[in-house]
Design a protein around this ligand. Structure first.
Ligand code: GZL
Length: 310
C-alpha cells in the first residue's frame, strides 16, 4: 500500500524498468533546457522511467527533490548541482538508501568522493582557456580591456571557466579583465549587469566580452546594441555552450565565437548506470564530454546545421 501511495517504489510500469530521478537545476538557459529535453529522449530510447524535478536554480529545492526520490525508492539519481558545496548530507542519505548518484554537467566539493558514483561533465577550466586563447589570437598584441560575465556564484563551472580564462590572460599582458561580475547564467540578469558596466566602463573602453554561457552573451548583446555599440564588430564576443541563438547572432554579425558543449550528458550517465546496476561495473569517476573542445567562430555560423544538436 505504501508503494502505491508514494507512486512506485523503484519499480516502473513493469518490474525490470529502471526508475531514475533527475534533480535538474532549472531552465535558466537554452543549453539547460536542451539538456533536459535530451535526457527525456535518452531515457525514452532506453525504456527508462525518468522523473525530472526543476529546482528553479535553488539548492534547497534540489535537496528536497533528492529526498523525495529516496522516499520513492528510485533505482538511481541524476544531479546537476547548482552550486558546488552543501551536498554531503543529502548524498549520504542516498548512499544510506543504496541509491547511486551521478552528477551531470557540474561538479561538487566534497571530502568523500564516494558520495557519488560518477560525474558526466566537460572540462570547464579548459573551456575558459579555449575562449581566452581565441581572444588572444584575435587581438594580437593590441591592448584589450575585457568584461567577464560570470555564471552563477558558487557554481563549479563558473569558478572553473573564470580560472581557465584568467590563466591564459596572465600570459598575455595586453589582455586585461577590467570588470568581472555574475550574470547568473541568464539573459535577463546579464543584460542588467552589462547595462551598468557599459555606463561605468564606457563603451569605447570595452574591447571584448567573455560570457560563461551564450545566454548571458545574448543579454549582453542586447544591452550593447541598445547603447549604440557594435558587438561582433567593435567589441569582440566569446562565450560557451553553442546554442542556436548564438549562431544566429554570429550569422547577423553580432557575435564572434562560442565553445561548444553537448547537451547530451544524460546518455553517458544512463549507460554507466545500466552497467553498474546490471553487474556492478565501476565507471570512471569523471566521464568527460566534449574532449577535445571545439570553438566555433563566425565562419561556422550556419546555426541551422547545428539545430539537430539542440
Ligand atoms: C555547463 C552548465 C552550464 C551551461 C549554462 O556544464 O552547467 O549551466 O554552460 C547552464 O548554460 O546554465
Amino acid at each position: 500500500l505504501a508503494c502505491a501511495v508514494i507512486a512506485g517504489c523503484g519499480q516502473g510500469q513493469d518490474s525490470d524498468q529502471l526508475v531514475v530521478g533527475f534533480s535538474q537545476i532549472g531552465s535558466e538557459s537554452g543549453w539547460r533546457a536542451a539538456e533536459t529535453r535530451v535526457a527525456r529522449e535518452q531515457a525514452e530510447a532506453r525504456g527508462i522511467d525518468l522523473r525530472v524535478s526543476d529546482a528553479q536554480q535553488r539548492q534547497e529545492n534540489q535537496i528536497r527533490a533528492i529526498r523525495t526520490f529516496i522516499a520513492q525508492g528510485v533505482d538511481a539519481i541524476l544531479l546537476a548541482p547548482v552550486v558546488e558545496t552543501g551536498w554531503d548530507a543529502v548524498l549520504a542519505e542516498a548512499r544510506e538508501a543504496n541509491i547511486p548518484v551521478v552528477l551531470l554537467d557540474r561538479r561538487i566539493e566534497t571530502a568523500d568522493e564516494d558520495l557519488y558514483l560518477a560525474a558526466v561533465a566537460s572540462d570547464a577550466v579548459e573551456e575558459g582557456r579555449v575562449a581566452a586563447r581565441w581572444l588572444a589570437e584575435e587581438v594580437g598584441d593590441r591592448q584589450c580591456g575585457v568584461i567577464e560575465l560570470q555564471g552563477t556564484v558558487g557554481a563549479s563551472v563558473a569558478n572553473d571557466r573564470r580560472e581557465g580564462f584568467a590563466e591564459i590572460v596572465a600570459g598575455n599582458p595586453n589582455l586585461t579583465i577590467v570588470r568581472s561580475q555574475s550574470g547568473d547564467f541568464t539573459r535577463s540578469r546579464a543584460k542588467e549587469v552589462m547595462e551598468s558596466l557599459i555606463r561605468s566602463v564606457g563603451g569605447p573602453n570595452i574591447c571584448a566580452v567573455y560570457a560563461h554561457n551564450d545566454d548571458m552573451m545574448i543579454g549582453a548583446i542586447q544591452a550593447m546594441t541598445e547603447a549604440g555599440l557594435n558587438p561582433g564588430e567593435d567589441i569582440l564576443t566569446v562565450s560557451i555552450d553553442g546554442v542556436p541563438d548564438i549562431f544566429r547572432a554570429m550569422a547577423e554579425g553580432q557575435a564572434n565565437a562560442t565553445v561548444e558543449l553537448t547537451p547530451n550528458m544524460a546518455g553517458p550517465a544512463f549507460d554507466l548506470l545500466e552497467a553498474y546496476l546490471d553487474d556492478g561495473t565501476a565507471p570512471e569517476k569523471w566521464v568527460r564530454t566534449d574532449s577535445p573542445l571545439y570553438l566555433a567562430d563566425t565562419a561556422e555560423a550556419e546555426y541551422a546545421q547545428r539545430r539537430d544538436r539542440y
